[in-house]
Design a protein around this ligand. Sequence first.
Ligand SMILES: [Zn+2]
Length: 308
Amino acid sequence: MKTAMLTHADCLTHVTPEGHPERVARLEHVLHTLEPLDVNRVTAPMAADDDILRIHPPSYLEELRRALPAEGQVALDGDTWVSPGSLNAAFRGAGAAVRAVDMVLGGEAPNAFAAVRPPGHHAETDTPMGFCLFGNAALAAKHALDHHGLSRVAVVDFDVHHGNGTQDLLWDEKRALLITSQQIPLFPGTGRADETGAYDTILNIPLPPGSDGALMRQEYQDKAFPRLRAFKPELIIISAGFDAHADDPLANLEWQTEDFAWITAELCVLADELCDGRVVSTLEGGYDLHALSASVLAHLQELMKAAK
Ligand SMILES: [Zn+2]
């Protein structure tokens, strides 16, 4: 069976102001780069309101709908903008995460990647933040737990920024293990090692500015992989951000494209060992078009190698 790749043209209708790093061209460039791949291409559905309400309160949805402009763009905070197409894009992103979980748990795909934007891991329970509107990775986790009845899921977030939103949404969810590595200091300012969740199911791995893929590999081998093995997840969800790349303009880590291939391959090996290879990955950050596309390609190629 082939790796599933979920996306939708609506994700290109979320338009940010000129010069904003989280721009339409990111996904255009990624989709163009992935065109030759032999994957199962799936049109991402809209998430239902009930899906979103697994992680965000009704008032949050109402506020987003009220904030949506008829034309142009409006800022929800200094970083996070919405245009007329933004909610459709966000509903497709969340829908892709939900559908990806359905496919992988339903035996329709061995693993899956959601090529979507806006990203999701900074969106907190009732606060949009850091370019993000809905917490896609946390939603995938809750959907797997509450809809499919899994007992344990893991979320691994290797975006260079702390997945504060995912941490907020899963803080008191003892059935979910969240492992998140991030450059510190950097936006959003959280993600210290002593942030461990209400039930000690959150592992934060801070990485110093200027550190490279060798340190990341060591940290994952020493800290992340033993936690995953001990937790025994039935599904591994990846918050796949590629802004730890050395060429990325928003951060100061020195990972290379091969490092993203390595972490993906290692997580697939662990998934094989722990949960029949079941991996759902969703796109987060990555702001240098070439580094982003090359790294997403490497990520997909590892998922495809692991597919069976
Ligand atoms: Zn990021």
